[in-house]
Design a binder for this molecule. Sequence first.
Ligand code: SF4
Length: 448
Amino acid sequence: MPKPVAERAASNAPKVGFVSLGCAKALVDSERILTRLRAEGYVISPDYDGADVVVVNTCGFLDSAKAESLDAIGEAMAENGRVIVTGCFGVEDRRIRDSFPGVLAVTGPHQYDAVVNAIHAAAPAPHAPFLDLVPRAGLRLTPPHYAYLKISEGCHNRCSFCIIPQLRGDLASRPAADVLAEAEALVEGGAKELLVISQDTSAYGLDLKYTASDWRGSPVKARLTELCDALGSLGAWVRLHYVYPYPHVDELLPLMAEGKILPYLDIPFQHASLSVLKAMRRPANQEKTLETIRRWREAVPDLGLRSTFIVGFPGETEEDFAVLLDWLREAKLTRVGCFKYENVEGAPSRALDGQVPEDVKAERFARLMEVQREVSAAVLAGQVGKTIDVIIDEVDEDGATGRGPWDAPEIDGSVLFEDAGDMEPGDMVRATIIEADDYDLWAEPVAE
Ligand code: SF4
């Protein structure tokens, strides 16, 4: 069950409970709303009981996410009764109000003004906001040592299984100076790793015609290479998510080779069969993609590649699936996530023939994960003996858990230390890999 975001409650200022669901992009939206509320003097309530109003930031990407969002709204209604709904699922206003007629307001994704106005109406802001209490980097839901950095909203692609462009609109990039000012504030606030996110990171700036904006007295183009170059000067790890293999991604390799950004690319390939990719309306040239990966690895031998795939897409035959498994064996990706296709309401793929039965999807899911388990075990075994930098996420009596350059928080594997010594979360530790299993590595710190 989702829990309201807890924060130290104080004073008799109006209290807002907050439930944040969904992906990292929704999390960033939650952080922005919380930052603004805090700047206005609101207190974030640690529980439903103490809140004057509860905001539920929902996810509407898949039908299962919508069901989870409805559950969370129902829980907030039952526990508190004064509820404002926002986020991706908010575009289905009628469905939410039919289920919960007592909801105070419903707003869509990244409608920051609308959701804050609804909060003002439900629990008026105090007269004297304590602006100084708000850190320059804003309030964050991640640990202090890493932070998500959203560089654009929306998407100009039209993948047939996806309703994100309907929910969040077309690509809308932030000027480079805005992104860099936020990144600077995050680093000043203690972030040692910046996780760059968007719907399509490679497309950054296209809508702005790559127009430059001034940062530290010089123009920086709203273009991924220039942005990464500038981000790489801040002294934090820079990790790129949701990158599509457009030709200009090659320009990022020298930045990786120089150590300015991490040798890590999260590329959602989704499938390898040409006919499935065509039905998904994705770029369909997986042979060329394998060649591209080979070229990238020549330029940056330590490149970590992460991807996600969908199994059971309408029309996916056993042959298509075999193509995907062969491609995975060949590509030897470092990290892989897999989803069973969901027939999302409003997605064009819903109308396609050849819907795959659930038991076949489940069976293909298990087979894909087994193939990738073997790939992962072999790839990680090849890491033993290497010395890498590790960022520490957690320390307890069993040791320390961290991540290397190849591992993003929440979705990838871990680097584990049996003896944490004096390590603390957020420390950067130089360590040698001593052992590997299917998904994780064990390491020992290098003596200073
Ligand atoms: S690239 Fe495709 S899957 Fe990703 S958000 Fe855009 S339309 Fe959706």
